[in-house]
Design a protein around this ligand. Sequence first.
Ligand code: PMP
Length: 429
Amino acid sequence: MIYKRSSELFASARKVIPGGVNSPVRAFKAVSGDPVFIKKAEGAYIYDEDGNKLIDYINSWGPLILGHAHKPVVDAVIERAKDGTSFGTPTELETKIAELAVKMVPNIDKIRMVNSGTEATMSAVRLARGYTGKEKIIKFSGCYHGHSDSFLIQAGSGAMTFGSPNSPGVTQGTAKDTLLAKFNDLDNVKQVIEANKGEIACMIIEPVPGNMGCIPPKNGFLNGLRELCNSHDILLVFDEVMSGFRLAQGGVQERMGVKADIVCFGKVIGGGLPVGAFAARDEIMDYLAPVGPVYQAGTLSGNPLAMAAGLAMLTELYENPGIFESIDKKTKYLHEGMEKVLKENNVPHTINRVGSMISVHFGDEPVVDFESSATSASSGKFNKFFHGMLENGIYIAPSAFETWFISEALSYEDLDKTIEVVGKVSKDL
Ligand code: PMP
């Protein structure tokens, strides 16, 4: 495939945008080479500036669970835009999407909209601190919660991809209040709590992490965290920016039957427009301004275009819950197909999957946490795999630490083609 125009556009972009991108992982730096510039997309496919058609497994890093340019979402945005793009006032749409979200997600009474996943997690932690009157938080190595200061401590996703999980610019004052624990290791979490008794406001976790690849929580791990939080008066914050409205209508809380105190959303809830949200039961949410003392705000929060897109998306997921079963089935099919061809070609690998989140790792050991994910990535095989896939029309995330997101727009023919390409590419790994 030819990527000439993409390379030219990248050269221009680099002159006026740091690294040519507005979010680091897009730059293909980790896998080397120039990023693909996308011109348009429809359903399961994206079309780049050179006219190449690619099967998309990134789906805007998760939001597009029903595929690109999904008609009800696009129509809702167009119709809404005709009546104005932003008012900075309350609108009926905001109540409608909030009512629907509260109906779909267990254990929440109220939800507040923001503009990104980063804002959602940042605000959730401020709320947890304000509510409990405590300052420290526990975060898990390899989990990514956006780019606000408290979270850039052994962070996953782009931070891990570029070897800067602890970013310069985060003050020591901030960093000292973020305690690190190991994912899938309850004893370690207990030790961290014991060493900081009475000081921990909340623990924030991706209950199914997707930012060190996809890591299934071990049996009893999330329930164990719930019990620890109960016994130590710690709020449990689920960052469901990736998993929310994807792994089930009610996210991981519903799928795995574990109750969180505060839940963060992003991606699917905005239907591809910039939306994040955080939600909890009344007594916690009423700590927020203007009712309570914890300040949190946003000029474009609840923006009518974003709410129209989000409402169209959630409505479809609410009315057709079979979509979740369907994408899970498609992902299982892909999993089994890839497993088969990788085995045939004697490529040591692990495929991790929960529902419609899946990741492929190269190496002999199971990938269960930050360390094992990093070890498998260090084999160097992923770069070759990535470029082989791209060369054959399959677009996966340009980093060994990212998860593939399956959309309902993918057909079984698309999945078969993908498996065939994995077979072809893995012959040379
Ligand atoms: N939390 C999780 C689990 C995420 O995956 C991400 C983004 N990938 C974020 C938070 C941050 O969201 P955003 O990029 O919208 O700020």
